[in-house]
Design a protein around this ligand. Structure first.
Ligand SMILES: [Zn+2]
Length: 163
């Protein structure tokens, strides 16, 4: 089973509206995303095409999400609700990695197999350790670094303050 990964960048002029000061503004937002496809689920074209299409769709969604969570051009406030949604979606990846590894580590016990305590403990240390490491790397690259640069790629074009 081959895994295909494609990258895409989406750039679009979008409308922003600040929850705090009610300023509306337009901005050109540029966002990048990656898309995946396997040779098995690629029914709608070649895996490379499907991966590309998914990357483009993800970049478009990310551009909208990013602008919603951006600092307001006028007052500098961030919409806490939009920021929280951005984090929850992003956090699902590292949290998912850790959960899968913890379940995998305890799988013999969960499945009711005969396994001695030492073997189970070793399994938890190794698989759990890998899970924590991969989870930390995923957190860094999928959450922390994108968050640090969330206001990059937003070019404000004009704002209108409420009367
Ligand atoms: Zn504002």
């Amino acid at each position: 089973m081959n895994q295909y990964t494609a990258y895409a960048t989406h750039s679009e002029v979008l409308e922003f509206s600040c929850a705090a000061c009610k300023t509306t503004a337009s901005a050109r937002v540029t966002a990048s995303a990656e898309g995946h496809a396997t040779s098995i689920n690629a029914l709608a074209g070649t895996p490379a095409e499907v991966a590309k299409r998914r990357a483009e769709a993800a970049a478009e969604v990310e551009a909208k999400r990013k602008l919603k969570a951006a600092r307001c051009v006028n007052c500098g406030e961030r919409d806490p609700g939009a920021a929280r949604r951005w984090w929850l979606l992003r956090l699902s990846v590292p949290v998912g990695v850790v959960v899968i590894c913890v379940v995998a580590a305890y799988f013999p016990t969960i499945a009711g197999n005969e396994i001695d305590a030492d073997t189970q403990a070793t399994l938890v240390k190794i698989v759990g350790g890998i899970g924590l490491f991969v989870g930390a790397v995923a957190f860094l690259f999928h959450c922390w670094l994108p968050w640090r640069s969330i206001d990059d790629g937003i070019d404000w074009l004009g704002k209108q303050q409420p009367r």
